[in-house]
Design a binder for this molecule. Structure first.
Ligand code: SDX
Length: 427
């Protein structure tokens, strides 16, 4: 059977060039342009990589037209509804869901690894107390590389999985410490008796000594519904193919730098409001809009090409239909509205924005739909998580995706140092 290929004709000299098409198991096939420059003296030009596949990957599949997202082939809706975040972490790292024993061992290992070296704790004191937790988080994860400098044998799965488990386990602690330092209050150490997600909520909300808020009816408790809501949010953020921050992680992996500085670079990239930082901006934007009556004026600004105001939480490079994660969150919001006491005013403003935008030609013609960031903030606010911790929450969920992508890159025989070229337009 004839191999698939495409042929280009250079109309400057009539030459033709044929390039192989490499098949994908799902989604678009790719044309292998690796010899284009050698053959034609031309670079492919694709700022922002709108039509470029940077690698082959078997981790996450997205179909932007259908609004489909799968981790290792399993639909995100199934994982969000039927599995825990820890099961999803195991799935991403091991290409299959864990059995009961494996899940218990994985859970116990992460609990033991959640603690930080005392030397790392003193790093937080170096930061001004109004430092944004994302700055502290990125710096602390970079510093973590100096505590674990041993050589990593990529042929030894136990070794690189230990490296992966360690960063997954410590990220919530580092994020919680960064937050508590920003408040000038003592950090709460992880509690080995608590699950991954309940432990994080405790480290964020507990008073020194680990006790929760004391009210007229005794100490507040962290409710199962809150743990389930946050666990679902972590699962929805776990991985997302070759997004901007994952591309940064892979690029840092390609130079041979320490895996934890690759993760720290991913954190830095995620902070931008065009990417993970959008979740914090969405709530700020809803609060700025303030009432349903003001929505029209802001929609008008979002459509104005001369106004750089954008509707945060709307639009996506890949999803030209609903972001399936946004759908899961919207359902979760409706389910938990009463139980979590979600802010109905912000929900009404969000619903109004969505209603107008989804019927307005400007948004419809550009396929701008709500993305994951449009919905997370209202639930996180109800979990008493402050806005400046929304993107660190994204980091906690995404760490497993970044480290899984790092491992896949390191084991891919096709991997090379990332070194794109340019179209020179200078003197
Ligand atoms: C995440 O990639 C990932 O997978 C990321 C992520 C993940 O899980 O890792 O899904 C997480 O980052 C979600 C996205 C969060 N960001 C935001 O919500 C910020 C607001 N959205 C935009 O800035 C924008 O939509 C992007 C950055 C998300 C996508 O940008 P693209 O694909 O480069 O699209 P574009 O900027 O070329 O926009 C196309 C058109 C433009 O209008 P025209 O020039 O054609 O007239 O749509 C317009 C844009 O002006 N547009 C918007 C808009 N987003 C795009 N107009 C108003 N409001 C918006 N939010």
């Amino acid at each position: 059977m004839q191999k698939k290929s495409i042929t280009l004709t250079d109309n400057r000299n009539g030459n033709t060039y044929t390039y192989p098409v490499l098949e994908a198991t799902r989604g678009p096939d790719v044309v292998d342009f690796r010899t284009l420059f050698k053959d034609t003296g031309l670079f492919a030009y694709d700022p922002g990589y709108t039509s470029t596949a940077s690698c082959s990957s078997a981790i996450t599949f997205i179909d932007g037209a259908k609004g489909e997202l799968r981790y290792r082939g399993i639909p995100i809706e199934t994982l969000a509804k039927e599995h825990s975040y820890l099961e999803t972490c195991f799935l991403l790292l091991n290409e299959r869901l864990p059995n009961a024993d494996e899940l218990q061992n994985f859970d116990l290992e992460l609990r033991h690894r959640a603690f930080l070296h005392e030397g790392l704790r003193s790093l937080f004191a170096a930061f001004p107390d109004n430092a944004h937790p994302m700055a502290t988080l990125s710096a602390a994860v970079t510093a973590l590389a100096s505590f674990y400098q041993e050589h990593l044998d990529m042929n030894n799965k136990a070794e690189y999985h230990e490296m992966a488990h360690r960063i997954i386990a410590k990220m919530p602690t580092i994020a919680a410490f960064a937050y508590r330092h920003s408040l000038g209050i003592p950090c709460i150490q992880p509690d080995i008796d608590l699950s991954f997600t309940e432990n994080f909520l405790t480290m964020i909300r507990a008073y020194p000594g680990g006790k929760m808020h004391l009210g007229p009816h005794g100490h507040e408790t962290i409710r199962e519904v809150e743990v389930r809501a946050l666990d679902t949010i972590f699962t929805l953020h776990a991985d997302h193919e070759q997004n901007a921050s994952t591309t940064v992680v892979r690029n840092v992996a390609s130079t041979g730098a320490h895996p934890y500085v690759a993760i720290a670079s991913g954190i830095a990239a995620l902070w931008g409001r065009a990417h993970g930082g959008a979740n914090e901006s969405v709530i700020a934007q809803l609060e700025m809009i303030g009432s349903v009556e003001n929505v029209d004026a802001f929609i008008k600004r979002a459509k104005d090409p001369d106004d750089d105001f954008r509707l945060m939480g709307f639009g996506h490079r890949v999803y030209k239909n609903f972001d399936p994660r946004a759908q899961v969150l919207k359902t979760l919001q409706d389910e938990l509205k009463e139980e979590l006491g979600l802010n109905s005013r912000l929900m009404e403003i969000a619903a109004k924005i969505e209603e107008i935008a989804l019927n307005d030609d400007y948004f419809v013609s550009r396929h701008l739909y709500p993305n994951i960031d449009f919905y997370t903030g209202i639930i996180l606010t109800a979990l008493k998580i402050p806005k400046n911790m929304f993107t660190p929450i994204f980091v906690i969920g995404r760490t497993v995706g970044w480290i899984t992508q790092w491992i896949e890159f390191k084991k891919d025989p096709e991997s090379k140092i990332a070194r794109p070229r340019q179209r020179y337009i200078g003197d």
